[in-house]
Design a protein around this ligand. Structure first.
Ligand code: PHE
Length: 340
């Protein structure tokens, strides 16, 4: 059986169609170009495959099975070429989804933590006192009785030394009983022992007393200790410095009041109250450094005098931020802490 001319040209047409489709798809670099080729080659109404299919009508009946088989083969091959081209362009599109990386774009904000309100207060006090010429110094939290009591003229029988009022550390019976310092006045002594006047220092740190926790007490709290020793220092200097500090820390409308009091290591001694927002609050103690203390550290009370003050950090922080209960500072509730 000889192949008719009509079949010959039909098969040639099919072959050309496959070749053209292959090269069109090879050149198509994106989904749009693949779609264009799809319409051109296999479009339902005017695609080239459809046109070739119509030629089947002119094939002699004897050649029809052969022509139909080849047509289906080429149709399937072209469909495969399209499927592969669609996969390829879709993968390329996914790779560049969102466009190329722009390294100059601003970063997304990641909320960071911040300093604890007590730490913020400590830094602020250091900064204000620094502007008044007071250098920040540190001292140990575990102290000996000399620095916590004796050098501060707190006699052995003084009730402030009572084991019920202090955290003494359990040590061998023969050793000197160390304790967690109950006040930062220890640092006054340490600084005066190691330096000569003139002195202007401020020391902020933890102190410990076995108090029951309530709205204004906590067994661990922080104090600001200030000390100035220079020839000619008077109570007027003490008042001025505390007033300047209070108005810098709380604002110009703060009022400061001094009430006569007693501390073994200052003479005269005062209690310091501050009024802000309509309420007076006791902030700490102060006074002129007792000449006996100056002598104990080797200074000459006839040529230098000084003042000292000690304020509660939690109290001034609570006052400034309107916190009613200092225990809130230590509950570690982030809803509270985030407000500062
Ligand atoms: N250290 C005293 C206290 O803790 C406060 C104070 C400091 C008083 C300095 C006078 C001078 O109560």
């Amino acid at each position: 059986m000889t192949t008719s001319a009509a079949l010959e040209s039909f098969l040639a047409e099919l072959e050309r169609l496959r070749g053209d489709a292959a090269s069109s798809l090879a050149a198509a670099s994106d989904a749009g170009a693949v779609e264009q080729a799809r319409i051109e080659f296999v479009g339902a109404r005017s695609g080239r495959l459809k046109a070739v299919q119509k030629l089947l009508g002119g094939i002699a009946p004897a050649d029809k099975p052969e022509a139909g088989r080849r047509f289906n083969e080429i149709k399937a091959a072209i469909a495969e070429l399209f499927a592969a081209a669609q996969d390829r362009t879709a993968a390329a599109a996914a790779d560049t989804a969102g466009g190329p990386l722009d390294v100059t774009l601003p970063g997304a904000a990641v909320p960071l933590g911040h300093l604890h309100p007590i730490t913020q207060t400590i830094r602020r006090v250091q900064e204000i006192m620094g502007r008044l010429g007071f250098e920040s110094v540190d001292g140990p939290e575990v102290e000996d009785p000399w620095h916590n009591f004796e050098a501060l003229a707190i006699a052995p029988e003084h009730p402030a030394r009572d084991p019920l009022d202090n955290f003494y550390l359990a040590v061998a019976r023969t050793a000197e009983p160390l304790l967690l310092r109950s006040q930062t006045s220890t640092v006054q002594i340490r600084v005066m022992e190691s330096r000569r006047p003139p002195l202007r220092i401020v020391s902020l740190g933890r102190v410990y007393r076995p108090d029951t926790a309530d709205a204004t007490h906590y067994p661990m709290f922080h104090q600001v200790e200030g000390l100035l020793v220079e020839p000619g220092t008077t109570m007027a200097h003490l008042k001025s410095v505390l007033r300047l500090f209070a108005s810098s820390f709380l604002g110009g409308d703060v009022r400061v009041r001094f009430r006569p009091s007693f501390f073994p290591f200052t003479e005269p001694s005062v209690e310091v109250d501050m009024e802000w927002g309509g309420r007076w609050v006791e902030m700490g103690g102060a006074g002129m450094v007792d000449p006996a203390v100056l002598k104990a550290v080797g200074y000459d009370p006839a040529t230098v005098s000084g003042f000292a003050f000690g304020l509660g950090v939690e109290r001034i922080a609570a006052r400034r931020h309107g916190v009613d209960d200092i225990r809130d500072f230590y509950r570690n509730d982030v809803r509270f802490l985030r407000q500062f």
